[in-house]
Write a protein that binds this ligand. Structure first.
Ligand SMILES: *Cc1c(COP(=O)(O)O)cnc(C)c1O
Length: 434
């Protein structure tokens, strides 16, 4: 590396100075100015350009399933890159087939099911939307349903399904025919299916960007029944909830088993069927390497997108596929699914004992926290706590609203790190108490 000019060094000494100014004069302003400049990470910890070590309770927004610089991922990606990194989808690789097989097995998908690989959650949803558009065309059904509060991505198609008007309205007309239903309103859902003209329904089983807001089990099961009964496709967006985040491979499996947030992974409902027609994945799938996937359940749904009807240059290339393969293998090998339930429950229990916290929604390590505004001097305590925690307590948190925080740490978070988080979080809240 010493032959490269200084500008190519990832953490060149000079790059940490005036980085805000440097960022603003070179990067598009869509994210605002970032909170910090990070230079390295290990496990659940990251180091910033001032040498501060921060406990990462956001995990790259539910992405770094195996934390930072996991030795299995580092070794596997290095080896694959030395062998071959990219080959196009005119060819296949063993890792690509292996990852598809592993996903179908984890999803307990029936014979004839199949996977399409993309590079992000938005792209996975684009593929699902195109499958729904094919179905819409062949059936003559006209409507596509999504939910208020739902988030499916930022590309034009995925954005058409994303509810938040502030995200959609600046762009005018997007994909026509999309309607938004109120969350957990069973009557509105039933009414939407009366005319039998729905082509597809998109749902997140737990709404992530909305602040970890679960859809009720009865609501999800009704959605499955109504879509099946009227020939509409049920698309589950598990981009955030999938790949072990909630202590199951996929959240729909927890709902099937009757696992509620409070039950620490044990089932307390009767088993039911929530098998989707289409499921989208991304975020945790590559533990930081960009990859997305659409899983089509059964031969009929696999056939919705035929030869030449969809594609991707990068999708499922050997590097991305190896990242996915190692993520799934490591979750299995390290027993992370039960671990996620345990450590998540421990965090929820600690949070529920704090005066500043008014509500905790915990599904494995997918955790939403509502702060009690009365307990704080700030009108927007969530944002204030995020800054306080980062600047004074070595903690990375994320606010999804004025009063709501989201935790999505690496699935490898230890009980000791969970306790350290609770302690640091409590101190951050105390600093800002009213
Ligand atoms: C993050 C997210 C997306 C979008 O994924 P990108 O990789 O940012 O395109 C879609 N759906 C859900 C539920 C998400 O959480």
């Amino acid at each position: 590396m010493t032959d490269y000019p200084d500008v190519l060094h990832r953490a060149a000494p000079g790059s940490a100075q005036n980085w805000q100014q440097r960022y603003e004069s070179s990067l598009m302003g869509v994210f605002g100015t970032p909170a910090d400049l990070l230079v390295s990470g290990r496990g659940c910890w990251v180091t910033d350009s001032q040498g501060r070590e921060l406990l990462d309770m956001l995990g790259g927004i539910a992405v770094n399933a195996l934390g930072h610089a996991h030795p299995a991922l580092t070794a596997g990606l290095t080896e694959q890159l030395q062998r071959m990194g990219h080959i196009s989808n005119l060819f296949t690789s063993v890792p690509q087939m292996r990852l598809a097989e592993m996903l179908l097995a984890a999803a307990q998908a029936p014979e004839g099911s199949s996977v399409f690989f993309a590079n992000s959650g938005s792209e996975a949803n684009e593929a699902a939307l195109k499958a729904v558009l094919r179905h819409r065309r062949s059936t003559g059904k006209t409507r596509i349903l999504a939910l208020e509060g739902g988030f499916h991505g930022r590309t034009s198609g995925a954005l058409s399904l994303t509810h938040k008007p502030a995200f959609r309205e600046p762009f005018g007309d997007l994909i026509p025919g999309v309607e938004f239903l109120p969350v957990n309103d069973g009557e509105a859902l039933e009414r939407a299916f009366v005319a039998d003209d729905v082509a597809g329904l998109f749902l997140e089983p737990i709404q992530g960007e909305a602040g970890v807001k679960p859809l009720q089990r009865d609501y999800l099961l009704a959605a499955r029944e109504l879509t099946r009964g009227s020939g509409a496709l049920l698309v589950l967006d598990e981009v955030q909830t999938g790949i072990g985040r909630t202590g199951e491979w996929f959240r729909f499996q927890g709902v099937q088993r009757g696992v509620t947030g409070a039950s620490g992974g044990s089932a307390d409902g009767e088993a039911a069927d929530l098998t989707p027609d289409l499921m989208t994945l991304a975020k945790g799938l590559g533990s930081g390497f960009p990859i997305g996937a659409l899983v089509a359940f059964g031969a009929q749904h696999s056939a919705l997108l035929g030869a030449g009807q969809h594609g991707s240059t990068f999708g499922g290339n050997p590097l991305a596929a190896v990242a996915g393969q190692i993520t799934l293998e490591t979750i299995e090998k390290e027993g992370l699914l039960p671990h996620v339930h345990q450590v998540g429950s421990r965090i929820a229990e600690g949070l529920r004992s704090m005066d500043a916290v008014s509500d905790v929604r915990q599904y494995g390590l997918h955790i939403g926290i509502d702060l009690d505004p009365e307990a704080f001097s700030s009108q927007t305590p969530a944002k204030a706590v995020v800054v306080q925690a980062r600047e004074h307590h070595g903690l990375i948190l994320n606010a999804t609203g004025d009063h709501t925080l989201r935790l999505a740490p690496p699935l490898i978070l230890t009980a000791e790190e969970a306790d350290l988080f609770l302690n640091r979080f409590q101190n951050s809240c105390k600093d800002l108490a009213s």
